[in-house]
Ligand binder design. Structure first.
Ligand code: CA
Length: 372
């Protein structure tokens, strides 16, 4: 074969190879440049798979071209320049083929990722179909934040996450009147829930958040442990008389601190102060005696769970015994000493907390719009 023929053949081979490669790239751009009227993951995945299959065919065709070239273009003379050109062109074709293979592998990865994304979207859709779409905003830390974000928010059950809490949890928020934003931590008005329970139950809470319930010491700590809160206690006796006790400063400690009533101050109200006696005391249950009565267990003796000292001037987790009861049951009912005494059980009681704010303290003093 003459040098001239060889050069033409090489040039032709180069054109063939270039056309094959350029065709493959044109095909790629043609596919990728097509307008996407609906970029859904399933359509993207289909398109990628089609493109990959097409490129695989092109790569295989190119490999065959290269192999044929090797067979045809084996140098037969000692033209060093020609040999060198052949070598360079073959090497370029090899590199192009390698690039295409790499490109194909990347497309495979993209296809797999797209498939996984599609599955995630399907799972998310399923969850949203059951629970509704989540809010784009951060979960409120307490009911006051719920109220501030939406002044028209009604009294209801809301999901909150205090800054001390790792998890979200449901609470009842009282949004009554302009001074709402209270988290209900304790509520009894039906007497259907057993409140004579152990430490674990008082720690994690129990009852129906929409009815009679105890929020749980751990949650109360998370709500009140790192900021000044106020506490509102609402009481109703069997005659329907309503009283309240309000404390401008309220906080309970951690479990390591026995969920002690570590901050309590600033009483105002109409029910009288029957809680200050308990300030500083740890919480006690029937199976965890942390009171200061050395001879016995206040929780067992008085049938409840409270910040017993030795022992109590209030017992809102005591037995549900509305009205007057015999002396043998003295101190055992849900009572508030400065309201109706220790031998008359109340009909309803609620305890509510919210972050303390000066303007709310002034406005809400004696707020009669709050109802149990
Ligand atoms: Ca004791």
């Amino acid at each position: 074969m003459s040098v001239c023929k060889m050069k033409i053949l090489i040039f032709g081979l180069f054109l063939i190879g270039s056309c094959t490669v350029q065709g493959a790239y044109r095909e790629r751009y043609r596919n990728l440049d097509q307008p996407s009227d609906n970029p859904q993951p399933d359509k993207c995945e289909l398109k990628i798979n089609q493109l990959k299959a097409h490129l695989d065919d092109k790569i295989n065709a190119l490999k065959l071209d290269i192999q044929k070239s090797r067979n045809v273009l084996q140098p037969t003379d000692n033209n060093a320049e020609l040999h060198s050109n052949i070598g360079v062109i073959l090497l370029s074709l090899k590199l192009l083929a390698a690039d295409l293979e790499s490109f194909g592998r990347n497309l495979t990865t993209i296809a797999n990722t797209t498939s996984a994304l599609q599955q995630q979207l399907q799972i998310t859709d399923s969850i949203q179909n059951v629970f509704g779409k989540p809010s784009n905003t951060i979960t409120p830390a307490n009911c006051l934040e719920v109220k501030q974000k939406n002044p028209e928010a009604p009294s209801s059950i809301y999901l909150i996450q205090p800054t001390l809490s790792k998890d979200q949890f449901w609470v009842h928020c009282d949004m009554t009147g302009k001074n709402g934003g209270w988290v209900t931590i304790h509520h009894r008005s039906l007497g259907e829930e057993d409140f004579y329970r152990d430490w674990h139950d008082y720690k994690v809470g129990f009852g129906n958040v929409a009815g009679d319930y105890w929020l749980g010491l751990e949650y109360i700590h998370q709500l009140t442990g790192n900021q000044i809160n106020e506490l509102l206690i609402q009481l109703v006796d069997v005659d329907g008389v309503e009283k309240y006790a309000r404390y401008s400063h309220f906080s309970i400690g951690s479990e390591e601190q026995g969920y002690a009533l570590k901050v309590l101050n600033g009483y105002t109200g109409t029910a009288g102060d029957s809680l200050m006696y308990h300030a500083g005391s740890k919480f006690s249950t029937k199976d965890k005696d942390q009171d200061s009565w050395g001879e016995g267990s206040c929780a067992q003796s008085h049938g409840g769970a409270w910040w017993y000292k030795s022992c109590d001037k209030s017992n809102l987790n005591g037995r549900y015994l509305p009205g007057e009861h015999p002396d043998t049951l003295n101190y055992q009912s849900m009572y508030w000493d400065s309201f109706r005494g220790s031998n008359i059980g109340l009909k309803s009681a609620r305890m509510l907390v919210r972050p303390r704010q000066e303007e709310l303290m002034e406005d809400a003093f004696g707020d009669t719009s709050l109802r149990i």
